[in-house]
Design a protein around this ligand. Structure first.
Ligand code: ADP
Ligand code: MG
Length: 253
């Protein structure tokens, strides 16, 4: 890409020289990577390689020791007032492995709460938007239910709708299907697939290699705190460059 192009169309996420340690253990060893606007990146790699830590640094759920991270042009690790940092974070949707819904709120209120509280959206507007989002994730009939009354797959689809309610330009997913019974994985991946088809920028940590094949623009393979490979899925799956990536793929089969 020429300089002009990149300044006119900066990446959605840019990670530069990102390092982080837990005590003496360096978990991120210098990450340089970009997610383009509209791009879907699947992050894979062995357990403990740093995938969760990496994705959580993007919206500053984890601090970094050095380097920089921008999202939609905003510095995510600079020293800015807490209110401004919260505003920046509210523009990044995050979906966790364990859904993290508010157990005491109805499905509808789970979705409408942040737009009302954080963005000051009028209650009726937020609730009607929440209904549309529920419809979009196939749960129009569950507005009044509480999280405990839903299956894992349904809860995760509510969690996706809740993240979308803030109208973020980018969505991050950390193993969104890993806590689900196998028969519920497909319904969550299907919702993620429609998001991707609608042009959402997405960074997804997942072991679902079928999803990576079908939906990802690029796969990042992490091992031991580094991104060892970043390639389109066709290339990555047919011709992994590193022995560690080859072993990782062989172990999945
Ligand atoms: P992954 O998501 O790829 O499985 P993680 O980012 O969760 O990897 O963890 C990477 C490494 O960092 C692991 O060795 C893990 O034990 C360690 N780690 C993660 N979180 C913490 C923490 N809060 N304190 C200390 N070590 C941690
Ligand atoms: Mg993880």
């Amino acid at each position: 890409m020429t300089l002009t192009q990149s300044s006119q169309n900066p990446p959605m996420i840019r990670l530069s020289g990102v390092r982080k340690s837990y005590g003496h253990f360096e978990v991120l060893k210098g990450i340089d990577a970009e997610v383009a606007r509209g791009e879907v990146v699947v992050v894979c790699g062995p357990s403990g390689s740093g995938k969760s830590t990496l994705i959580r640094t993007v919206n500053r759920l984890e601090e970094i020791a050095s380097g920089s991270i921008t999202c939609d042009g905003n510095d995510m690790h600079g020293s800015v007032p807490a209110s401004e940092m919260n505003r920046r974070r509210s523009r990044i949707g995050f979906v966790f492995q364990n859904f993290n819904l508010f157990p005491h709120l109805s499905v509808l209120d789970n979705i409408a709460m942040s737009p009302i509280r954080v963005k000051g959206v009028a209650r009726d507007v937020a609730r009607s938007k929440a209904k549309q989002l529920l419809d979009r994730v196939g749960l129009a009939d569950k507005a009044g239910a509480f999280p405990a009354q839903l299956s894992g797959g349904q809860q995760q689809r509510v969690a996706i709708a809740r993240a979308l309610a803030m109208e973020p330009p980018v969505m991050l997913f950390d193993e969104p299907t890993s806590a689900l019974d196998p028969e519920m994985v497909g319904e969550v991946l299907a919702v993620m697939k429609t998001l991707a088809a609608d042009g959402m920028t997405m960074m997804c940590v997942t072991h679902e290699m079928g999803f990576a094949r079908d939906v990802a623009d690029r796969v990042w393979f992490m091992d031991d705190g580094l991104i060892l490979e970043a390639a389109p899925p066709k290339e990555f799956f047919s011709n992994p460059q590193h022995a560690r990536a080859q072993r990782f793929l062989a172990d999945l089969r």
